[in-house]
Design a protein around this ligand. Sequence first.
Ligand SMILES: Nc1ncnc2c1ncn2[C@@H]1O[C@H](COP(=O)(O)OP(=O)(O)O)[C@@H](O)[C@H]1O
Ligand SMILES: [Mg+2]
Length: 244
Amino acid sequence: MKPVLEGRDVSRSFGGLMALHRVSFQLFEGEIVGLIGPNGSGKTTLFNAITGVFPPQEGEILLDGKPISRLKPFQICRMGIGRTFQIVRPFLKMTCLENVLVGIVGKDEKGTSREERVEQALLELEFVGLGGQSHRLAGSLTLLQKKMLELARALATRPRVLLLDEVLAGLNPSEILQALHMIEAIRVKRKVTIFWVEHVMGAIMTACQRIIVLDQGRKIAEGPPDEVRSNPRVIEAYLGGADA
Ligand SMILES: Nc1ncnc2c1ncn2[C@@H]1O[C@H](COP(=O)(O)OP(=O)(O)O)[C@@H](O)[C@H]1O
Ligand SMILES: [Mg+2]
């Protein structure tokens, strides 16, 4: 089977700091893969490399076997890679509907009328449970709702692969459960392959089939959650790190 998304020896440095060192990974259609590692281990940098924000300086990233590392972020988004951000950042003074429309306009599908775009945006809001909230200002939403709005906005770009960066941060246990259900619905009902960075260990270990572990920019482990959890290198990375 061919991977949907693949990284081959991806490296990225900032000044003298090697944020990613020859990281390789593969995501297969319909999978949900976790990406973990101590603070500063390069998780967000890998997402920035995949989405073209900070392209890799060495190595290659491929979507459906096609190299994408030299494309601009908006082109990579159009090709089918969506993302959410570690810090939720909807446009707070815009309504929920307008926030999701931004995602669709960003995708820029020529020929779709405003009515069609609004209709699609409303469907995305409905999908994430914000159906009745389309005219509410994003700034008045709860944190969970803001995160759902981010998911709706990412879904509006019709991604095949979705990169989630710490969507559970700041949520309470019952909100975490709701978010987990939504992520599973996105994978199954929308047939989106998911690459997921998370600090909430229990949740990511339960939800993911496979986990990739970074430490200081290098991949140190990869495998099923149980295997990764008991891997001595992983335990050491976490115990030795700042956020043990
Ligand atoms: N734009 C940037 N400029 C300079 N250094 C950066 C930049 N982005 C990330 N880094 C550095 O790269 C390392 C990895 O960061 P990051 O990928 O954000 O870690 P993680 O998401 O795993 O916590 C850190 O040392 C961070 O300071
Ligand atoms: Mg990060």
